[in-house]
Write a protein of this length. Structure first.
Length: 364
């Protein structure tokens, strides 16, 4: 299988990203304010907690955007809020031909949005199309996806300068050097839960007029992200770039070791964005389900919690993603995805070697 993984930040770049974020925090908080727990409620000055508003300023500056808003509903809620601010029900949305992420598909259905399918891998297909808006997913949706989101956005801007472009940046924030809004999109949407943050918090960064429309529609005490939650999300975000860069390095190491024949029964391994950056392991025989059952007993996470959430520490051994299965259902019998999370390559390889030995009835 040929795949086209995204080029993530290396450790040096990740350290620079962490330092830049902390420098921006220094610009917006006093020492005592940052050590505070955060406030609650619809403060008359901002219509939301003051600490939440301050965190939003930090996020906007870090992502080089006009404004930012924290919302409920994690990444799904962020994308849904963005789309409702950009288009009316029944609008035509330009999307890539690969399967939509399941919750995105539900959002389209609930809003009556009409997808206009175009292959982003071939920029020529974009020419002359007049949708109401565009949704670009930065992470890969299918094994053969190879499009450069920045080039897609630039091409769309050339075709229609006034076109509203929304990006789904889940799985790539603090991994790629730039996200959608930094590439020219109007709004970027992502989950803070996937960035070691608290459950249920999403983020939208981008055009200030659209962000203000989202805030106006979200004016309800129970809908606000409270100050302590916002502070929790920001503190957690600081640790993500370096953590993710280390994780990416270990993933690369796992691929090298497995492709050197370290584990009998493994046909090959490669990096893919499915949707998070993971190791796809292909077996010579259809033993994927047996591998997953035994991995659970050896301490591996048997399913994702949030894809790099704060709860995911041990390596995850899991079936290939739903969008990949939709492209080729037969892959499920011979292939799994592994995310090392906070574990090292040696641990992952050891566990895989032990599992294959058990399956084959031999010694480790």
């Amino acid at each position: 299988m040929r795949v086209f993984p995204l080029q993530t930040m290396d450790l040096e770049e990740a350290m620079a990203a962490q330092f830049r974020l902390v420098d921006i925090i220094h610009q917006h908080f006093s020492g005592q304010e940052f050590l505070g727990g955060g406030d609650y409620g619809l403060n008359p000055q901002r219509g939301r907690p003051l600490q939440t508003a301050r965190v939003e300023k930090v996020l906007a500056q870090y992502f080089q955007a006009e404004d930012a808003a924290l919302v409920r509903g994690a990444g799904t809620g962020a994308l849904r809020s963005a789309l409702t601010a950009c288009v009316k029900p029944g609008a035509e949305i330009l999307v890539h031909t690969s399967p939509l992420y399941p919750t995105t598909k539900n959002t389209f259905a609930s809003m009556g949005l009409r997808p206009r399918w175009v292959d982003f891998n071939d920029y020529r297909e974009i020419k002359g199309i007049l949708p109401d808006a565009v949704l670009v997913q930065l992470s890969r949706q299918a094994p053969g996806d190879r499009y450069d989101a920045g080039k897609v956005i630039a091409h769309l801007r050339k075709e229609r300068p006034d076109l509203t472009i929304v990006t789904d940046d889940n799985y790539v924030v603090m991994k790629l050097p730039r996200i959608g809004v930094q590439l020219g999109a109007d709004l970027s949407t992502f989950s803070m839960f996937k960035l070691l943050g608290p459950e249920g918090i999403g983020c939208i960064v981008g055009n200030s007029a659209l962000i203000e429309k989202i805030r106006t529609r979200n004016y309800s005490g129970g809908s606000q992200v409270q100050g302590p939650e916002a502070m929790d999300a920001l503190r957690s975000l600081v640790y993500t770039p370096v953590s993710f860069a280390v994780q990416a390095g270990e993933s690369d190491k796992i691929v090298r070791i497995l492709n050197q024949g370290a584990v009998p029964g493994v046909k090959g391994a490669f990096i893919a964005n499915a949707q998070s950056r993971v190791v796809l392991v292909e077996f010579a025989e259809p033993v994927a389900q047996q591998v997953l059952a035994l991995a659970d007993k050896k301490g591996c996470a048997p399913w994702p919690v949030g894809a790099e959430s704060r709860y995911e520490v041990t390596a995850m051994f899991y079936r290939i993603s739903g969008t990949f299965r939709a492209i080729n259902p037969e892959l499920e019998a011979n292939m799994i995805r592994i995310n090392p999370m906070r574990s090292g390559a040696e641990t992952v390889v050891r566990i895989l070697r032990e599992i294959m030995a058990e399956i084959n009835g031999g010694e480790v």
